[in-house]
Design a binder for this molecule. Structure first.
Ligand code: GLY
Ligand code: MN
Ligand code: MN
Length: 459
């Protein structure tokens, strides 16, 4: 739904035109200022214009896009941020009414004293942006902006680009540009004297390395996720529908403060194992089924990526056990190996050595079919920006996610945790999930929430 509101007669016009910031900012204003300062260092010759997410035309909750929230924490729709690398200052353009702020859950303190709250040097009504850019265009020779698509809730920039190109840009019956391409086009038309450059990569370089404050948020998100995954294992029984598990997970993480799921709950069982992102939740779980659940929360815009794999009836068959243990052994070996300074190729080599020392026969089909190890960065997006590392560095956070699928056997296994590279090794942010066969089987003997409610005849 469009979130524009008439200015009420009780509200002072001046306040209404001045804009505000995030309702529940996760970080101090110094943290945001430090992020903007790091971008300024990368653009000493120009000015970056960062577009915020537009107001919605649907009944989805509004979320800010990831770059904008990264630099400001501001959740006001339709805002624009200028990060000026030449004058070393930032300017926020945004407008929201007091009523609009209340509707969005944005604190009125932020509406009334935006500069104090955000720490952004200057804040102007959104309507001033054209005049401001015209002045900037006379003073600056380079405008930077992101050429890659913004990431909204549950979106990942690179994947979004591929899909928009297919659906719009290169579709002969569509042909629309992405929002960012359109913006670049307008900048070039309106400021022909200015060079317009892409700063996506520069922002991604910042986002790849998580600050101590971001790591704390990720640890908190991880604890929420782990607790929910453990409950999922305990509560799973044959005769349940996949959609019950999906709904339960969402309840469990939201109960702990997650604002959303980081991505739809991927639940694969039976014939759906080969479709590694199957999410229809339409199977009735049966005795003998092997289950893969890949789901994680979004907590304060930070995502967690976890996969658990286990038998629905709580008892591994010999075949399920051997494939699962091989996959988990690869996962565990990766965690022993990851440390700063190594390339992924070096990591793979060391993992192989560890598995051989442990006596695994690497010619077995499940090792030959095994994919993964490092999967993708994790952060504000679940498949976070930046591609993959040339060498591991402290502050990188990524999913380690070996997987192995045997379609003819209705069997798929995936083991996934969210990992932080530390100064001298790595930290499994999502540690605490039962991962050995013995741990899983012991846990699944315990009653979960659903069984307890049923036993007590409460539900
Ligand atoms: N959660 C999606 C993935 O692991 O690719
Ligand atoms: Mn995953
Ligand atoms: Mn993943």
């Amino acid at each position: 739904m469009t979130k524009r509101f008439r200015i009420g007669s009780l509200v002072v016009l001046g306040i209404l035109l001045v804009c505000s910031s995030l309702s529940a900012s996760m970080f101090t204003k110094e943290e945001y200022a430090a992020r903007r300062a790091r971008l300024m260092e990368k653009i000493p010759d120009g000015v970056a214009i960062i577009l915020g997410a537009k107001s919605l035309v649907s009944y989805y909750e509004y979320y800010q896009n990831n770059d904008f929230v990264y630099f400001t924490g501001v959740e006001i729709p339709d805002a624009i941020l200028v990060i000026d690398g030449i004058r070393r200052e930032s300017v926020l353009f945004s407008t929201i009414t007091e009523r609009g702020a209340r509707n969005e859950g944005i604190s009125l303190d932020y509406v009334r004293k935006p500069k104090q709250v955000t720490g952004i040097e200057r804040v102007y009504p959104r309507e001033y942006i054209s005049t401001y850019l015209s002045r900037l265009g006379e003073m600056s020779q380079i405008f930077y902006t992101s050429f890659k698509p913004e990431e909204l809730m549950r979106e990942c920039s690179q994947e979004k680009l591929r899909i928009i190109q297919r659906n719009m840009v290169f579709d002969g019956w569509d042909g629309r540009l992405t929002r960012e391409q359109q913006f670049v086009k307008l900048l070039r038309e309106r400021f022909p004297q200015v060079e317009v450059r892409d700063c996506s990569q520069k922002i991604w370089e910042l986002r790849i390395i998580k600050s101590p404050a971001e790591i704390e948020i990720l640890r908190k998100a991880a604890r929420i996720a782990v607790k929910a995954h453990i409950e999922m294992m305990k509560t799973t029984r044959s005769g349940m529908h996949e959609y019950e598990l999906a709904a339960l997970y969402e309840y469990l993480v939201k109960k702990e403060g997650a604002q959303n799921l980081a991505y739809y709950a991927i639940i694969c069982s039976g014939e759906n194992h080969p479709y590694l992102h199957y999410y229809k939740h339409d199977r009735l779980l049966q005795d003998g089924d092997f289950l893969v659940i890949d789901v994680g929360p979004d907590f304060g815009y930070y995502d967690i990526d976890i996969t658990i794999s286990y038998p629905v009836n709580g008892k591994f068959t010999p075949r399920q056990k051997e494939v699962y243990e091989a996959c988990n052994a690869v996962h565990e070996a990766c965690l022993q190996v990851y440390k700063p300074g190594l390339t992924l190729k070096q990591c793979r080599q060391k993992v192989q050595e560890i598995l051989e020392e442990q006596g695994y026969d690497l010619t077995k089909n499940y090792f030959k079919r095994m994919r993964g190890g490092f999967g993708h960065y994790v952060g504000l997006a679940v498949h976070d920006v930046g591609g993959g590392p040339t060498v591991l560095k402290p502050g990188m956070v990524f999913a380690n996610e070996p997987l192995c699928v045997f379609p003819a056997e209705n069997l798929g296994v995936r083991v996934e945790d969210t990992i932080l590279i530390t100064e001298d090794g790595c930290e499994n942010l999502t540690a605490g999930i039962p991962r050995t066969v013995e741990e899983i089987e012991a846990l699944m003997k315990k009653p979960g929430i659903i069984q307890m409610l049923k036993r007590a005849r409460l539900y």
